[in-house]
Design a protein around this ligand. Structure first.
Ligand SMILES: Cc1ncc(COP(=O)(O)O)c(C=O)c1O
Length: 339
């Protein structure tokens, strides 16, 4: 099966498993796991942040980010395609008691003109707008990345309006690969960043919240409260470190394969795709003839898996366990079925 449903479907390699076995571990609830401690410091430094907290999932990283930046009754601004808004089971309403104000941006990205005049909280009867949540790359926005200038403009706006910025960097590694922006830059833009090792980097588990010492200490208490205090997590942080060192350089290939696949989709008369819409490893395309379940079923019969992503839309996500040969098979199958 050629599995393009997500970049989360990768399996640990034998080399990654070996690195996990070698990790020097301890009980992380007692803050005694040597590998976790050093890896948290390393990633925080990479992004120019004071501290890092390893968490089981990107969802927990995002939810902790929202939690430490808000008080119950506050409001956060996010693009209507944002993961926090669409795919985290409404957690911020429950866990932080906040309200989400979803805005219509471009490809899941919010620019200053989308944010202008959206801050509330002058009157007693209004929610207090506290945080702008950005996602980079955007998942539902088809893997789009922010430019340096766009981020600088949003940061200047946030400062002027005294709003915090949370950055959902589940695929920040793809954004860095595609744009060449150095990781430390993101630490100058965001107050909290959540990064994932379990997407295109291919670790089996794990994300990290990055922020100031004070906020990470606060997040650590909530991580425990929410059942995310873990014990010998060095086996997980060593997988994440292995992924960062050995799999990050492979993302460039994923992006190239995604773009090649998109070109084939462009040539298929039964499908449509926005030209030049692919910036990283995610490809979104629409079904013109037939329906999404029908197209996915046809693909499944040919040994290819993708996911529905809207009434007319399908998502294909490339990752390092998709080979050139498999890309060739996918392209040939598309030409055969959808031309
Ligand atoms: C942009 C984005 N943020 C957060 C997450 C959540 O990650 P997890 O599935 O580890 O909770 C995902 C998952 O795909 C994602 O795409």
């Amino acid at each position: 099966m050629i599995d393009l449903r997500s970049d989360t479907v990768t399996k640990p390699t034998p080399e990654m498993l070996e690195a996990m076995q070698r990790a020097e571990v301890g009980d992380d609830v007692f803050a005694e796991d040597k590998h976790a401690i050093s890896f948290q410091k390393k990633v925080a430094k990479m992004f120019g942040m004071e501290s890092g907290l390893f968490v089981p999932s990107g969802t927990m990283g995002n939810q902790l980010g929202v939690k430490v930046l808000t008080e119950p009754g506050d409001e956060i601004l996010i693009d209507e395609k944002g993961h926090i808004f669409n795919y985290e089971t409404g957690a911020s309403a429950l866990l932080s008691g906040i309200q989400i104000h979803a805005l219509t941006g471009d490809w899941g990205k919010l620019q200053v003109h989308h944010l202008r005049n959206k801050k509330r909280g002058i009157h007693d009867w209004e929610p207090v707008t506290k945080v702008i949540c950005l996602e980079n790359t955007t998942n539902k926005g088809g893997g789009a990345c922010y430019t340096r200038l766009e981020l600088e403009e949003v940061k200047a706006f946030a400062d002027k309006e005294t709003l915090f910025i949370h950055l959902d960097g589940a695929r920040i590694w793809n954004a860095i690969t595609a744009t060449g922006i150095e990781p430390e830059f993101f630490g100058t833009i965001a107050d909290t960043i959540s990064v994932c090792f379990s997407k295109g980097l291919g670790a089996p588990v794990g994300s990290m919240l990055l922020s100031s010492k004070e906020r990470i200490a606060k997040a650590r208490r909530f991580r425990k409260m929410w059942g995310g205090g873990m014990r010998q997590i060095g086996i997980l942080t060593s997988a994440a470190e292995y992924a960062l060192e050995h799999h990050w350089p492979l993302l460039e290939g994923d992006h190239r394969r995604a773009m090649e696949f998109a070109k084939t989709v462009e040539e298929c008369s039964r499908l449509s795709i926005e030209p030049d819409s692919v910036e990283t490893n995610i490809v979104l395309f629409d079904v013109l003839e037939g329906d999404v379940p029908g197209v996915l079923a046809e693909l499944e019969k040919h040994g290819i898996r993708m996911v529905p992503f809207g009434p007319k839309t399908i998502r294909a996500t490339f990752h390092f366990q998709i080979s050139e040969q498999e890309l060739k098979i996918v392209k040939e199958t598309f030409k055969l079925l959808f031309n």
